[in-house]
Design a protein around this ligand. Structure first.
Ligand SMILES: NC(=O)c1ccc[n+]([C@@H]2O[C@H](COP(=O)([O-])OP(=O)(O)OC[C@H]3O[C@@H](n4cnc5c(N)ncnc54)[C@H](OP(=O)(O)O)[C@@H]3O)[C@@H](O)[C@H]2O)c1
Length: 179
């Protein structure tokens, strides 16, 4: 497993990320980017892992979960998830427990994939690495927000502007700012 984990998020101009435990927008190109980024490994014998909060797990439509070809790591403070835990899904009571256990497994990269509660904790973690941020260049009605991040990171790359369903978006890659 790599030394640092990465984080993936899509947020709007107000750092909004969700509404009613769902995504506020439909951007297939961003979903494809997320799938490709989190699935691809350098070593074909390894898989990546996606760490998410219990609410984000529940927000994934049943037909799309578990996220295919990736270990799905769900964080909850409860004793267990509601309902059966499908194959390929692992439940942990803390981010550090999850990272420790994964460091023993056949895992290449670890991605923290949300939601807000998990981002808020993981972004300050000493193992926080690359931030892959899709900037959705509109303002949506949101009830869940990504934390303030710009002062903690250095922008490394920006894609060209893409447009889908009338929504402009850009893929950005940040590295933690080291003074
Ligand atoms: N735009 C994006 O890129 C993106 C990505 C992901 C999610 N989202 C959106 O974000 C929203 C969900 O975010 P959210 O903040 O409400 O929920 P969340 O972060 O997905 O999940 C919160 C839950 O995680 C568990 N948890 C939190 N901290 C923990 C810890 N330290 N140890 C163990 N368990 C912990 C708790 O589960 P228990 O209550 O079971 O204890 C808590 O209720 C949805 O609208 C979703 O669509 C957007």
């Amino acid at each position: 497993m790599r030394e640092r984990f990465s984080m993936v998020v899509a947020c709007d101009l107000n750092r909004g990320i969700g509404k009613n435990n769902s995504l506020p927008w439909r951007i297939p190109g961003d979903l494809k980017f997320f799938k490709d980024l989190t699935t691809k490994t350098d070593d074909p014998n390894l898989h990546n892992a996606c760490i998410m909060g219990r609410k984000t797990w529940e927000s994934i439509p049943e037909k799309h979960r578990p996220l295919a070809d990736r270990y799905n790591i769900v964080l909850t403070r409860k004793a267990a998830l509601d309902g059966p835990v499908p194959q390929g899904v692992f439940v942990f009571g803390s981010l550090d427990d999850a990272l420790l256990k994964m460091s023993e497994g056949p895992i290449d990269q670890v991605f923290v994939i949300g939601g807000a509660e998990i981002y808020n904790q993981a972004i300050f973690h000493e193992k926080m690495g690359t931030l892959y941020l899709t900037e959705v260049r509109s303002q949506f009605d949101c009830d869940t927000f990504f934390p303030e991040y710009k002062e903690m990171f250095t922008l490394k790359s920006t894609s060209e502007i893409m447009v889908e369903n009338g929504i402009e978006y850009v893929f950005k890659e940040y590295q933690p700012f080291i003074p």
